[in-house]
Ligand binder design. Structure first.
Ligand SMILES: Cc1ncc(COP(=O)(O)O)c(C=O)c1O
Length: 363
């Protein structure tokens, strides 16, 4: 049987009865936009990450863009971000009129390299945007030190790290704001687009609530400033409320599958992802110099894989202007990374099947 790289409908199927009841309750209710489900989910999600304020928005990209705007970042500003990430990270920076300054990543963590960040800080730098890529923590203590030294805002891109921590502290709680995506394949994913921002700053949360809702500051429909229609909707929030209590168990399953991959693949010649206690394995991304040949070989063996991310963002026409020079680590990873199946609903047999398939593959 073929193992897909990811299959969000299988997670929905696992919790289908509860989800059906939650959706029916929204359909039979009185409010489809910014009602009780969104408010309940914001409170529950913020509490789960140890943060006082949560603001549900339309997507992870909106979460980043609104957080940047709410922190006052705009035209003329530069935001330091990694070149190895999903395009949405840098699009959010462009969306608010700022320039994404793309720097290289650390070869082990695959996240922002603090040394490269320190070199890239200049007169226009307004913020640092670390991405906890694949669920592994970026080096937040080092990045916060740089940010504090230069008076920079820090927005954590938590699209791939729901439930993750660093030295016991939840990711997303280090910077000024944390942006989450609930795209269906995420560790916490809905059945469409969705996102949220978490913060400990009450005034920032108020600005975000206004920004996502036409600039309205309260129940009276008066625009106090710039605003968008960028809200999380009730149906997605109701589904997320069903899935949130299962996030921790899902992350534990991912860690268990990752441990089995390590055991099965330790002698395989593949480069294995870094280990960290708070890692939530949004992806289990290995490296191999002949990545494309390996991908084809695994596909022939009925194992779905995916490439995250190639090319590096500094090679996208939209982001070229902000590249800080040659980015050799990003280029090398973009050419060799391959994400194996890790979603608990599809990946149970994957470690053994991948190991078996590798026996017929000349490394
Ligand atoms: C690291 C990262 N940042 C931002 C995003 C954008 O999120 P969305 O697709 O919900 O806009 C994603 C995922 O999709 C992501 O993986």
């Amino acid at each position: 049987m073929t193992i897909p790289q990811a299959a969000p409908p299988r997670r929905i199927a696992r919790f289908r009865e509860e989800i059906d009841r939650a959706v029916a309750s929204v359909l039979g209710g009185s409010t489809y936009i910014l009602g009780q489900a969104v408010a309940d989910f914001e409170a529950a999600f913020a509490a789960s990450a140890g943060q006082p304020h949560g603001v549900g928005v339309a997507s992870g990209t909106e979460a980043l863009a609104l957080a940047l705007r709410a922190l006052g970042i705009g035209p003329g500003d530069e935001v330091i971000a990694p070149a190895l990430t999903f395009a949405g990270t840098a699009q959010a920076v462009l969306q608010c009129g700022a320039l994404p300054r793309l720097v290289d990543v650390d070869p082990v963590t695959r996240c922002l390299d603090p040394a490269r960040v320190a070199e890239a800080v200049g007169a226009r730098t307004a913020a640092i945007l670390p991405v906890h890529l694949f669920g592994h923590p970026a080096d937040m203590p080092a990045l916060m030190k740089i940010a504090e030294h230069h008076g920079l805002a820090v927005i954590e891109d938590c699209a791939q790290c729901h439930g993750a921590s660093l030295a016991g502290r939840p990711l997303g709680s280090f910077g000024h704001a944390a942006a989450y995506s609930f795209y269906p394949t995420k560790n916490l994913g809905c059945v469409g687009d969705g996102g949220a921002i978490l913060t400990r700053d009450a005034a920032l949360a108020d600005r975000l609530r206004a920004l996502r809702h036409y600039g309205f500051a309260g129940p009276e429909r008066v625009s106090r400033g710039l605003g968008f229609n960028a809200r999380l909707d009730e149906i997605q929030a109701a589904i997320l409320l069903v899935l949130l209590p299962h996030l921790e168990a899902g992350n534990a399953e991912r860690r268990a599958i990752a441990a089995r991959y390590r055991a099965c693949l330790s002698l395989s010649g593949l480069g294995l992802p870094p280990e960290a206690p708070g890692h939530v394995y949004h992806q289990f991304a290995v490296t191999h110099p002949e990545r494309d040949r390996l991908m084809r070989h695994l596909a022939e063996a009925g194992i779905g894989t995916a490439v995250h991310y190639a090319p590096g963002l500094h090679r996208h026409p939209a982001f070229r202007e902000g590249a800080t020079g040659p980015l050799p680590v990003t280029d090398a990873l973009a050419a060799t990374l391959l994400s194996l199946p890790i979603q608990p609903e599809v990946a149970d047999e994957a470690p053994a099947r991948v190991a078996q398939a590798l026996r017929g593959f000349s490394l």
